[in-house]
Design a protein around this ligand. Structure first.
Ligand SMILES: *Cc1c(COP(=O)(O)O)cnc(C)c1O
Ligand SMILES: [Zn+2]
Length: 416
C-alpha cells in the first residue's frame, strides 16, 4: 500500500485527489505528491530498506505507487564511487560520483519513468507519451515496451543518433518536431487536452514523474552509510532533479533515517543554455528564458519549469551554479573518463566542468563530502567528443607494422 495521500499545491497548499493532474486550479501553481509521514515512520527502517530489491523500489514506502504492480525494469540502485583520482585533479579530498549512467536505458530518466509509468498504468492509461530532450524518450519507450503500453514520444529534430536510435529500438511512435525542446513541450501541453486518454509523463502526470528523482537523494544517503553529503553538484535542465534530490534527503530525516541534512546544493548548466546560472550570477530570482545552443542537448531547456524553485534552493542552501562552455564540457568528459574510467554524456561533462569551476572559485570546500551526479551515458552523445580524441593506429597484421606505428605514436605523444 502506498502512503501517498493527495496532490498538494506548492504555492497555496490546496489539496487534490491523486489523479492525472498537475496544476492548481486556484492559483496555477504546480502540485506535488503529499504523504502520511507518521505512517511511514511507523513501518520504515534502515533494515527494511536494505532488505528490499536492488532497484529504486527499495524506497517504495516513499513512492506514490503500488510496488507490487510497478513497472520495474531495474531502474536505480546505481553505484556511488569514491573518486580519488578526479578528486586529486580538482583538489577535492572527499569526492564521490553517483554513476546514474548505469540505468536500464542509460540515464537517470529511468527513475522518473519507473514511477510515472507505474502510476499511469495504475490509473488505467494504456498510452505513455512525453516531451523529451532525448533521454526521457529512451526511457519512456523502454518502460512502455516492458509494460505492454503504447509509446508516443516527441523530440526536437536535431538530436544525436544515439538518442534517436536509443528510442526507436523499443518500437515507439517517434515524433521529431521541427523546433527546440521548448517548442516540443508547448506542443505536448496542447496535445494533453486533445488526447486526455494519454499519460504525458512530464506534463499531465508530472507530479508522479518528479517523485522518481527523490530516489537519488535516498540512495546517496544510504550508500554513504545513512548520512547526507555536505554538498551535491547536479545538472539542471527543468530543475526538477536538482530540487528533488534534496527533498529525498529531507524526507529521510523527517522519518528519522538520517540526521537533518545541511547539504548545500550546487547546479550545473551549459553556457549555451543557462537561464538558472545566469539569473543566479545576476542575483535575480526571476530567470529569463533563453534560446538554447549547446552540445549538452539533454540539458537544453530554455524555459525551465522548476527554474524558480532551483533558484530558491541555490539561495537557501548557499550553493553555487556552474556555467560552462562547450569546450569545457568536452574537456570535462575526457577528464572524467581518463581519471575514473567513466564515460558520461555531455550532461556529465557539464557536471564535471562545473565541479572544477566551483572548486576553483572556492564555492566547494576541499574537505567537504561532495557528490557529483552523472546522469547519462557517453555512448548516447558520441558526436560531441569524436573529433576531440586521438585516432586509432591503423596497421597491417605484422609485428613490423605495429612496431613502426607504435614508435611514431610514442614520439608524437612525447612531443606534445
Ligand atoms: C533530464 C536530464 C537531466 C535533468 O533533468 P531535470 O529536467 O532538471 O530534472 C540531467 N541530466 C540528463 C542526462 C538528463 O537527461
Ligand atoms: Zn494553488
Amino acid at each position: 500500500m502506498s502512503f501517498a495521500t493527495c496532490l498538494r499545491c506548492r504555492e497555496c497548499g490546496r489539496e487534490y485527489a491523486l489523479g492525472p493532474f498537475h496544476v492548481c486550479e486556484f492559483c496555477f501553481g504546480p502540485v506535488e505528491v503529499a504523504y502520511d509521514y507518521d505512517a511511514i515512520k511507523k513501518v520504515v527502517s534502515r533494515e527494511r530498506i536494505a532488505a528490499g530489491p536492488a532497484s529504486l523500489f527499495r524506497y517504495k514506502d516513499f513512492l506514490p505507487v503500488e510496488a507490487e504492480t510497478a513497472v520495474d525494469i531495474g531502474a536505480g540502485y546505481t553505484p556511488l564511487i569514491r573518486a580519488k583520482n578526479l578528486g586529486k585533479a580538482l583538489g577535492l579530498n572527499n569526492l564521490y560520483l553517483k554513476n546514474d549512467t548505469m540505468n536500464p536505458s542509460w540515464s537517470f530518466k529511468d527513475r522518473v519513468v519507473a514511477i510515472a509509468s507505474s502510476r499511469a498504468r495504475e490509473m488505467g492509461f494504456t498510452k505513455l507519451a512525453c516531451a523529451s530532450t532525448g533521454n526521457l524518450a529512451n526511457s519512456v519507450s523502454a518502460h512502455a515496451a516492458a509494460a505492454g503500453m503504447e509509446a508516443v514520444v516527441f523530440i526536437p529534430d536535431d538530436l544525436e543518433s544515439g538518442k534517436v536510435i536509443g528510442s526507436s529500438i523499443y518500437g515507439p511512435t517517434l515524433v521529431k518536431v521541427r523546433g527546440n525542446y521548448d517548442a516540443v513541450n508547448r506542443l505536448c501541453a496542447e496535445l494533453v487536452s486533445v488526447h486526455e486518454e494519454w499519460a504525458f509523463v512530464n506534463v499531465n502526470i508530472r507530479p508522479y514523474y518528479a517523485e522518481g528523482s527523490k530516489t537519488l537523494g535516498f540512495e546517496v544517503a544510504e550508500q554513504l552509510g545513512w548520512r547526507a553529503p555536505d554538498h551535491c553538484v547536479v545538472p539542471i535542465a527543468s530543475g526538477s532533479l536538482f530540487v528533488k534530490i534534496r527533498k529525498g534527503l529531507e524526507e529521510f530525516a523527517k522519518v528519522g533515517l538520517i540526521d537533518a541534512p545541511r547539504t548545500r546544493m550546487s547546479g550545473a548548466q551549459a553556457t549555451g543554455c543557462s537561464p538558472v546560472a545566469t539569473a543566479w550570477e545576476e542575483g535575480s530570482m526571476n530567470f529569463r528564458p533563453q534560446k538554447p545552443k549547446t552540445i549538452a542537448k539533454s540539458l537544453a531547456i530554455g524555459n525551465p519549469a522548476d527554474g524558480y524553485y532551483a533558484l530558491c534552493q541555490l539561495r537557501d542552501t548557499k550553493g553555487g551554479c556552474g556555467n560552462v562552455s562547450d569546450p569545457e564540457i568536452v574537456a570535462g568528459m575526457k577528464l572524467l573518463a581518463e581519471t575514473e574510467g567513466i564515460f558520461a554524456e555531455t550532461a556529465g561533462g557539464v557536471t564535471v566542468a562545473s565541479l572544477k569551476q566551483l572548486a576553483e572559485r572556492g564555492t566547494i570546500d576541499p574537505d567537504e563530502s561532495v557528490v557529483a551526479f552523472l546522469t547519462g551515458a557517453g555512448f548516447k552523445t558520441l558526436e560531441a567528443v569524436a573529433e576531440a580524441l586521438d585516432p586509432a593506429l591503423v596497421i597491417d597484421p605484422t609485428v613490423e607494422s605495429f612496431t613502426a606505428a607504435y614508435a611514431s605514436y610514442r614520439s608524437l605523444e612525447a612531443a606534445h
